[in-house]
Structures are given as C-alpha cells and as structure tokens.
Design a protein around this ligand. Sequence first.
Ligand code: ATP
Length: 460
Amino acid sequence: KKMDMETLVGLCKSRGFIFPGSDIYGGLANTWDYGPLGIELLNNIKAAWWKKFVKRNLNVVGLDSALLMNPKVWEASGHIGGFNDPLVDCKDCKARYRADKLVEDYYQSKGEEATGVDGWDQQELKNFIEEKEIKCPQCGKLNYTDIREFNLMFKTFQGVTEDSQSEVYLRPETAQGIFINFKNVARSCRKQVPFGIAQIGKSFRNEITPGNFIFRTREFEQMEMEFFIHPDEGEKWFKYWKEFCKQWLLDLGLNPDSIRMRDHEKEELSHYSDATTDIEFKFPFGWGELWGIANRTDFDLKRHMEYSKKDLSYQDPVTQEKYVPYVIEPSVGLNRLALAFLADCYQQEELDNDSRTVLKIHPVLAPFKAAVLPLSKKLSSEALEIHEKLSDKFMVDFDEKGSIGKRYRRQDEVGTPYCITYDFDSLEDNCVTIRNRDTMEQARVEINKVEQFLEDKLNY
Ligand code: ATP
C-alpha cells in the first residue's frame, strides 16, 4: 500500500530524510533541509544520472558554471525584459492569476484562437479583462487588483560598498550557463556536433505557488543536459533522449504505471521550443511534471549571438557547412526525482500477523547499502571490523541497540537492502547471516565473500 502525502512527509522527517527548513525558528515557508539519509539519496540519484548521461556517453561532457552570471545572460534568455509574467490578484478571494492566461482561457472557452496575446502590455490585458467581464475562476467575482509585472528571478547585489554594488540574479535554470560555454567546451575538448554538455546545480525561482512538499520550492536543484545537433536531426535526437530518460527511470526501479509521457500542445509550448514532452509522475497529489524534454531549437544560441556579438555558430569539419546548432534538452529536478522515488517505493506492507513500513528502493539509490548488526553487544568488536572493511567501499550502517527484530524494521524503513547479522556462530564458522529487505529471506554467507556479494547486487 502506498503512502499519502502527510504520512510520507512525517516519515521523511522522523527517519532523517527531509526536515522542515529553519525548524527551531518556526520554519521558513517551503524550505527543506536534507538530513543524513536524504543527502545520501540525493547524492546517489546524482551519481546515477551522471553515470548514464556523462560517464557512459562519449559524446557528453560535464560542466559546473557559476550561479551568478552577467545580467546580459538573462536579457538574452528572455528572463529579464520580454517574458515577465503579468500577475493579477482577485481582491475577494485572493486567488492569483497570470493575466495573459486569463485572456487565453477566455478565448479558448469561446473556441477562438488567442493569437498575439503574448505581446499585450498590462493596460491592454486589463482593458480586455474588464471589457469582457472575465470573472475570477475561483469565486466568480469581477474585482481584480492592477496588473503587476512579476519576475521569477531572485535579485541580489554584488560588491561590498553601496556605490560599487551592482545587481545580479541567482540563476533560474542551469541551462544558460551551458549555452554561454558552448564555444569554450567545443574548442577545449575538441567536441564535434552532435555532443552534449551536462550540469547539476542549484536554481532559484520565485515561484507563485510553491508547495506539495519538495515538489515545488523556490530553491531547488536541476540536472540538465543540452545536446547540440544539426538542425535537420531534431526529431531523431528528441525521440532518442525521450526514450533514454524514460529508460533511466525504469532501470532504477520506478513503476512503469507511475509514469506517463505527455506531449505539449502547440499553444502550450514555450517561446523557445519546437516540441516538448513531459515525463509525468503520479505523485500522491496527482500527476505532475517530473522531467521536461524539449527541442529548444537554435533559439538560445542565436539570442546569445545577438546579445554578446560573438559568433556561436559551428562549422562541420567534414562538410564545411556552417550553422547554429539546434539543442535537445532533458531537464529534471533532483528534488522532484527524490520525491518520486520516495513516493513510489515507500510501502506499508501487511505480513502474516504483523505489518511493516518498508522503502523498497533500488539498492543503487538506497542511502545505506547494508547494515552490520551484532546479535549481542558482546560481539560488537568483531562486527565493527566487518563494518570497517565494508565502509571503505560502501555506505554501511552499524546498529547494536535493541532487539534484532526492531533493528531489521529500522533498516527496512530507510530502505537498507541488506542486513548483515553477526552472531555467536560467526565466531566459529566465519559466516554472517544476510537478510534481504524485500523478501526477508536470510542466507549464510562467508565473511570474506560479503564484499563481493554487495558488489554484485550494486552492479549498475
Ligand atoms: P513547472 O511547470 O512544474 O513549473 P517548468 O516547466 O517550469 O515546471 P522547467 O523549467 O522545464 O520546469 O524545469 C525543468 C525541471 O526542473 C522540471 O521538470 C522539474 O523537475 C524541475 N523544477 C522546475 N521548477 C521547480 C521547482 N520550483 N521546484 C522543484 N523542481 C522544479
């Protein structure tokens, strides 16, 4: 049986995965701190992503670009200037909307196409809403505030003295750091199109409606790859990376019924995109975007050429053809992925005359790969030796407190796939008992073969 959101949030806190941010000060809305178990999970997800996207792909390389960038980057990308969101609030029920979206929905309800609404200014939007008496979808009133421009970027200041300070932004996506380094990477690593640049890092967005635990927060971590291709090969590579991402999820044990692919309608596409597919996940609160795969065309590189006045085109060394590459971008949120794995794998399991909470997560993602448990405290030093040896290779827990049954349960609850029990017989036969988290079956294994046993199970 799967968990509801409240139970999941409670388990994450009590088992050391995720704590409410600034807890002792009454919290800070929608911020979360990752505990000892949570950080292991995040690191394991990142490592699995890096392994399949970078390490195992000769034509993909990594990057770690600065979080703070020249503000011109954001003019070029459209984050400052052109594409700010015009927001309007209902004075009665306080619901908040994007004004352009209200207008578009109005057109759609009339069965008409909403062409050109994108370019409308605040006054045009306000006039239209009043003229057509577009009511608040939530409470049905027609009582809006003025429209205000909203920028999702966090603004801060660089420089220590008042007069030398200049405005900078925290990046709202990792992608732009990749685009502006396209030439640096291609040249220094002698990469030829098609090739990709991958990056993992924090992004910040002043989201209008954060919430649903770690699904949508203002500070989050992204794993993005920009794959540069010849403009004629968009369809082929778009399809390739869609499948690749889906397979990555399935290989890590996500239930196929928990995900679905959703293609964006033409009207829904971002200004820069030719085609977008979301891999959606069935979260406890409903289906939501997990991974966006987009054909960003040559939009970003062309805009950076325009704003930086640098040539970012590419010349094919064989055909000599010169062109601005298209880009296929799979972009996924690390925290959202963690939530998906936790929601998918946490189960309340009914046993014969008992029940247990168990996190049936792929061993590669499990925070602890194994736990060493001496049956009695008298056996601690021998058991610690095993822990000492294994911990050189794996993240391994050690627990000598409480009955063995309780200790098994504790490990089940944090997803440890193998419990290694050292008992009095071990002193004689040099073997330990290894218990499997999912089947609860136990097997006797020679101590000097335990390392190999784990290695085999963690083959990924
Ligand atoms: P949404 O429609 O949910 O706001 P988006 O379409 O704006 O997402 P993208 O800009 O495509 O998202 O970002 C790529 C990925 O980054 C998303 O699929 C999601 O996994 C993650 N992501 C985006 N915004 C957030 C956020 N505020 N909190 C956590 N993860 C996020």
